[in-house]
Write a protein that binds this ligand. Structure first.
Ligand code: ATP
Length: 191
């Protein structure tokens, strides 16, 4: 299992899609977490207990925006929320990985190093790019201001720390064609 990660706007999801195009399965941890918070009743109850009934709307759908605002400046609350969500994602991943038959599988997660998930991986693959480029891409993608994107970035683990820990690095400072080529070279050279 290869852990695929990168900070906000680094291009990790784009790389994950290329990896799938090259025939390897990818588990999207953050996407799966979004599904699990709506599907898993036990989890729902725990989240409501921690954050309140407003964590879900009247249709029982996770109120992402509300939760994000609630935990954004509360480290302890965020930690407790993660302690509820992450074990459920881990179980879901284990079920998924049992069904895979390829010699390599990829787990895409924004928090590979933060959660020390790299220790469970054969190798870690970091996608990185200069801060300004990442901010610009997210501004275009999400229609956010420079400062909004920068604020999220500032809360993430510094890039220099991730670079020290990563086994393999893709530098995504140019165009998509180059990114795809680098991805291909990287995944077929993993031994
Ligand atoms: P997040 O953690 O914020 O979800 P991410 O790391 O998954 O971000 P992507 O969504 O893959 O990043 O890329 C961010 C945006 O930048 C996307 O709109 C993507 O299409 C674009 N992008 C990524 N790489 C390049 C590139 N080399 N050239 C042009 N656009 C790019």
């Amino acid at each position: 299992m290869i852990g695929l990660t990168g900070g906000i706007g680094s291009g990790k999801t784009t790389v994950a899609h290329y990896i799938e195009e090259f025939g390897f399965p990818v588990y999207y941890s953050d996407d799966r977490a979004k599904t699990i918070v709506n599907d898993n009743e036990d989890l729902k109850a725990k989240i409501k207990e921690l954050l309140g009934e407003e964590s879900y709307d009247e249709n029982g759908i996770y109120n992402r925006k509300w939760v994000a605002e609630k935990v954004f400046n509360d480290k302890d609350m965020l930690h407790q929320l993660n302690e509820i969500i992450h074990p459920a994602v881990r179980i879901d991943f284990e079920e998924w990985v049992q069904k895979q038959t390829k010699y390599l599988v990829f787990k895409e997660t924004a928090l590979l190093f933060e959660l020390k998930l790299n220790r469970q991986c054969y190798k870690s693959l970091l996608v990185t790019a200069e801060d300004n480029i990442r901010i610009k891409r997210v501004m275009d993608r999400d229609h956010k201001t420079y400062r909004e994107v920068e604020a999220v970035m500032e809360k993430q683990m510094p890039e220099k720390d991730k670079l020290k820990m990563a086994d393999c690095v893709i530098y995504n400072n140019t165009n998509l064609e180059d990114l795809k080529e680098q991805t291909e070279l990287m995944i077929f050279s993993i031994e």
